[in-house]
Ligand binder design. Structure first.
Ligand code: ADP
Length: 535
């Protein structure tokens, strides 16, 4: 079996004599097996170490034998500290003593005993591994405990599982081609072994055998698992690149990175792109672009809700961010959309609970910096001024784009998109014609409007026409434009500040051909540095 990143990390920590490690996983058996495998691999772990597993119900078990008098956690810690040989001690469910459950406090006696044991464990080169489905690290022990990520099953492991399940079936009941079977295994990425087994088995029972329809069952299971994380959701959208009006520079940049995930790009020596940060004026197409990415690259899109990471609805903030990263990596190649990233990381230093925020931020930054799994991060933000500078440093995002209010030419395209979408298949004889002059006239009239405001103007005009029981006229749209007050008027100061910020740090999303001096309400040139990504 190939050496995994877990094998490497874990053995390094054991070799270096790290006394306390924390692994958060539901898959106790898989973790214990993986640790046992690492300890038995003498190329990885130089000096042999015995493995002990402790739980509150059984106490320590070693070589299948119980050590009865160690059921109390304090006794267990003492047992590990006093043992003669160096070893690895897995403690299950210590999150209970660390105060992970709501309305519980950390058990101070347990924590004190762990801290007392620290020098002894170090001197005798023993490691304690806390293995829990929940991540909870007491503040007093933060510096001593190293968190080790345990990845979800790989495609190879899932294939093994499916092969095993299939081997129990009548050969006639296996109605999939090898390619379809591979597709099934791939679709289960992101599930634990147990969840995958449940999904495969459910599908086999429902179809009385294995067929390609099993994919639907697996997707359903995966949707549920992702939703249960409380911070992630799959975004299924039928938006495409052509649904974005303007922003050609950004679109070209994205187009050029298509297929940079595949083996051919890797063989060419290209690193997988890390991600892009899109900031700018609200309502101008940031979320729209994120949603369209899934279709542009034909990859699954996961949306991370930053507010919920800290919301504490389920799990701790750190547990949440780790779980999100782990899930995105397991289904890689994938896109992780971090919406309103400022909500999570803004003011990491100043808020009340700065310890937690800083740790969550640290986890995310380290991951962005080191990530090798092909997970493309698309972060969107309306207020970048409060983002910590570390996030904007080179090496984190491949590029930072600024989406400004649409220019005249971009407004023409946005009107074209929204008008044609709504009148194209309608049974009503609309009076408006979408020729160049009309679009130009509408675009001129809507200077300072965001894309969202243009869409709104089109919708209100349609209401007017519907009420008057006739088709839509150009005048309806012009009237609704006149009647709305654009955000760029009411929030002029904020927009100017955004542009000022962007002019130093971000690249303009609008392409050369669509740029111009703006006139009218906003009366400012666009913000953002000018780098043209031509095709
Ligand atoms: P934000 O930049 O705040 O994320 P959105 O992308 O959510 O804004 O835009 C809101 C809506 O406005 C979109 O769903 C879309 O209908 C419309 N819109 C905004 N910008 C554009 C654009 N460039 N092209 C087409 N529609 C747009």
């Amino acid at each position: 079996m190939a050496i995994s990143s877990f094998d490497k990390n874990f053995s390094n920590l054991v070799n270096a004599g790290f006394p306390y490690m924390y692994i958060q996983s539901y898959e106790e058996d898989r973790v214990v097996q993986a640790i046992s495998r690492v300890l038995n691999n003498h190329e990885l772990v130089r000096t042999p170490r015995e493995l002990y597993v402790w739980s509150e119900t059984d106490g320590f078990i070693t070589d299948g034998k119980r050590v009865r008098e160690t059921r109390q956690p304090v006794e267990a810690i003492e047992f590990a500290a006093n043992a003669e040989k160096s070893g690895v001690y897995i403690f299950k469910d210590f999150h209970i003593y660390f105060g992970a459950e709501r309305n519980t406090h950390p058990d101070h006696v347990v924590i004190r005993r762990l801290r007392d044991a620290l020098p002894i464990l170090k001197a005798t080169r023993k490691s304690i591994v806390f293995l829990s489905p929940r991540l909870a690290i007491p503040a007093d022990m933060e510096k001593e405990i190293s968190v080790v990520d345990f990845p979800l099953p790989t495609e190879e492991e899932l294939k093994g599982l499916l092969d095993e399940l299939v081997s129990g079936l009548n050969p006639a009941a296996v109605r999939v081609t090898p390619e379809e079977k591979r597709e099934l295994t791939r679709s289960a990425l992101g599930l634990t072994m147990q969840e995958a087994e449940n999904a495969f088995s459910r599908a086999i029972v429902a179809q009385r055998g294995l067929t390609k329809e099993a994919v639907a069952v697996i997707h359903e299971e995966k949707n549920q698992v992702v939703r249960k994380t409380g911070v992630l959701e799959f975004v299924h959208s039928n938006l495409n690149i052509d649904d974005i009006g303007g922003l050609e520079n950004l679109k070209n940049w994205l187009r050029k990175r298509n297929n940079s995930w595949n083996e051919r790009a890797k063989a060419y020596g290209l690193p997988a792109p890390k991600g892009v940060l899109i900031t700018g004026v609200p309502g101008c197409g940031k979320s729209l672009t994120a949603k369209a990415m899934s279709a542009i690259w034909n990859l699954p899109l996961l949306k991370l809700d930053m507010g919920r990471i800290f919301g504490g609805i389920v799990g701790s903030s750190e547990e949440n961010i780790r779980k999100a990263i782990q899930t995105a990596e397991a289904i890689a190649p994938s896109i992780l959309w971090v919406d309103e990233i400022e909500k999570g990381f803004a003011g990491t230093k100043s808020d009340g609970d700065s310890g937690t925020a800083a740790r969550v931020f640290g986890t995310f930054l380290t991951w962005m910096q080191d990530k090798t799994a092909p997970v493309f991060v698309i972060a969107t933000s309306n207020d970048i001024s409060s983002l910590p500078p570390e996030l904007l440093r080179k090496g984190r995002f491949d590029e930072i784009f600024f989406v400004d209010l649409p220019t005249l030419k971009e407004r023409e395209k946005i009107f074209q998109l929204h008008l044609s979408k709504r009148i194209k298949n309608s049974e009503i004889a609309h009076e408006i014609t979408l020729d160049r002059e009309t679009l130009h006239e509408l675009a001129c009239a809507s200077d300072g409007f965001s894309g969202a405001e243009i869409e709104q103007a089109v919708i209100s005009a349609l209401y007017e026409a519907f009420f008057a029981e006739r088709g839509l006229r150009k005048e309806d749209v012009l009237k609704s434009i006149r009647e709305s007050v654009a955000l760029s008027v009411t929030q002029r100061e904020q927009i100017l500040a955004l542009r000022e910020w962007a002019s130093k740090r971000a690249v303009l999303a609008t392409a050369r051909d669509d740029r111009e001096e703006m006139d009218g309400a906003a009366k400012v040139t666009q913000g953002g540095r000018i780098i043209d990504y031509d095709l």
